[in-house]
Design a protein around this ligand. Structure first.
Ligand code: SF4
Ligand code: F3S
Ligand code: FES
Length: 232
């Protein structure tokens, strides 16, 4: 089958402004957007720049805006898209080149919520035990692959880049509700900042965009509730 792929191109070293590159491709229905981008790069224009690694929905590096929605290129089948496909970098992060955005602001949000286990007590002789029920409470938020589909589809983040964003709240949730962790109060205090979790207006774009199907808005609600009841 034939598809037209329109890719937003931008090389800051030679372009004054972004432009649309249009490529006609003969593809198989089971090909994915990532395969189409490879065809363009390998056979039509080797200067096309994109990130990808695992090609199987695990690493989170090929998130991009496909026909107006954030998706992983390696998990999006061409047969599910119209004949003309538009591919753009994610919104809200600086474009380095073509489909590659600067992830540093996103990673700074990640670091800001201290995404590691905080527990100063002496380790037990074996592991720090946890019941199945205790693990279940934060199981969903362990699935995050840091792709940025959520944060870069959030209108609150587009309006204010200082907002900590849904990914950071998901990551905080993963530790706040972990029975082995003792850093919940610190993380909740960080998220109680004016640019913290309260900037979420429950728009749900993040939940719709998440390729891991994490119930992000629900996790954000649980963090808000924890803040209300913790009296921070
Ligand atoms: Fe990606 Fe989902 Fe993690 Fe957001 S919560 S970074 S959309 S995996
Ligand atoms: Fe944004 Fe998701 Fe909240 S889209 S406003 S973080 S529910
Ligand atoms: Fe790793 Fe798509 S290339 S998630």
């Amino acid at each position: 089958m034939r598809k037209t792929v329109r890719i937003k191109r931008y090389n800051p070293e030679k372009d004054d402004a972004p432009w649309w590159g249009e490529y006609e491709l003969e593809v198989d229905p089971t090909d994915r957007v990532l395969d189409a981008l490879h065809m363009v790069k390998w056979y039509k224009d080797g200067t096309l720049t994109l990130r990808r690694s695992c090609a199987m929905g695990i690493c989170g590096s090929d998130a991009m805006r496909i026909n107006g929605k954030n998706k992983l290129a390696c998990k999006t089948l061409l047969k599910d898209l119209p004949d003309v496909i538009t591919v753009e970098p994610m919104l809200g992060l600086p474009v380095i080149k073509d489909l590659v955005v600067d992830m540093e602001p996103f990673m700074a949000q990640y670091r800001s919520v201290m995404p590691w286990l905080i527990n100063e007590t002496a380790p037990p002789p074996t592991e720090r035990k946890q019941s199945i029920a205790e693990r279940e409470i934060f199981d969903d938020t362990t699935k995050c692959i840091l792709c940025a589909c959520c944060t870069t589809s959030c209108p609150s983040f587009w309006a204010n880049g200082e907002y900590v964003g849904p990914m950071a709240v998901v990551q905080a949730h993963r530790f706040i509700f972990d029975s082995r962790d003792h850093g919940a109060a610190q993380r909740l205090a960080i998220l109680n900042d004016p640019d913290g979790v309260w900037r979420c207006r429950t728009i749900f774009n993040c939940t719709k965009a998440c390729p891991r199907e994490i119930e992000i808005t629900r996790a954000i609600g649980e963090v808000k509730k924890a803040l209300i009841f913790s009296r921070i």
